[in-house]
Design a protein around this ligand. Structure first.
Ligand code: COA
Length: 258
């Protein structure tokens, strides 16, 4: 089904491995097509409650856009490529199901942008993050200038964008770019443990949290109004009735996603 991804569904957690290890999982057109389709699979498959994106091999999450595909692009084609990348990454960010990045090595350029489009990030201790596009005479095109500022603040983001300086997992955690650091061996298990907890919660409430939190960064939306709307919507769900009843009856809630 996918030419560049390996996927596996276990206990509601869908693991997606970008599988071009000999090219450090660089994002070429085929990976973009697969990522576009895999988000549809996540969104449209009831058995999938949440997802992890990671990279194949011990060295890289994703070492960037595939630079070999840049040679033939003119200005118009480059703008189209950036739009395509931004649209796919926005689709990840706006998925109603949690999608997290398990960063197992280099997350550079488009790789850092992909990780930032995920709902949050967990890093192995060998992870390295950066936007080194200025080394190539480019700027980030898949949302990097926007999400880096959103996640770590303007001053540090400006420095990283302009210097192409790479940061390690510790610095990424200090800056709030990653939530946890693990060993390479425990990265996926740790990521799954967090999603196992999230997967016990009410899916529509999780989708509401994602929508309202994303609205903070969407100029076309009033985030507080979005929160009021989603809060109201949750009162229309069976899961809200189950969750509140279970609390009052001192038992564990069993959510149906309805
Ligand atoms: N696009 C295309 N190919 C890439 C790539 C990218 N972004 N990143 C790595 N590769 C390829 C290399 O060309 C090499 O292929 P080859 O074996 O056919 O020559 C292979 O992946 C392994 O990479 P290599 O550079 O030999 O590994 P390294 O350990 O010496 O260095 C990096 C690792 C990440 C520091 C280095 O690969 C790098 O700087 N990559 C580009 C990062 C970048 O600028 N990303 C932003 C792109 S917009």
């Amino acid at each position: 089904m996918y030419t560049t991804l390996l996927t596996n569904l276990e206990n509601g957690i869908f693991t997606i491995i970008i599988n071009r290890p000999d090219k450090l999982n660089a994002l070429n057109a085929a990976v973009f097509t697969d990522l576009d389709n895999v988000v549809d699979e996540i969104n449209n498959t009831a058995e999938i409650k949440s997802a992890i994106i990671t990279g194949a091999g011990p060295k890289a999450f994703v070492a960037g856009a595939d630079i070999t595909e840049f040679g033939s692009l003119d200005k118009t084609a480059a703008m189209e490529l950036a739009k395509r990348g931004q649209d796919i990454f926005a689709k990840i960010e706006n998925s109603p199901k949690p999608i997290i990045a398990a960063v197992n090595g280099f997350a550079l350029g488009g790789g850092c942008e992909l990780a930032m489009a995920c709902h949050f990030r967990i890093a192995a201790e060998n992870a390295k993050f950066g936007q080194p596009e200025v080394n190539l005479g480019l700027i980030p095109g898949y949302g990097g200038t926007q999400r880096l500022v959103q996640l770590i603040g303007k001053g540090k983001a400006m420095e990283l964008l302009m210097s192409a300086h790479l940061i390690d997992a510790n610095e990424a955690r200090q800056l709030g770019l990653v939530n946890y650091i693990t060993t390479a061996e425990t990265l996926l298990d740790h990521s799954k443990k967090i999603l196992e907890i999230i997967n016990t919660k009410a899916p529509l409430a999780i989708a509401g949290c994602i929508k309202a939190a994303n609205a903070v960064f969407d100029e076309t939306k009033d985030g507080f109004a979005e929160e009021i709307k989603e809060f109201g919507n949750s009162f229309d769900t069976e899961d809200m009735k189950e969750g509140t009843a279970a609390f009052l009856e001192k038992r564990k809630a069993v959510f149906s996603g309805k």
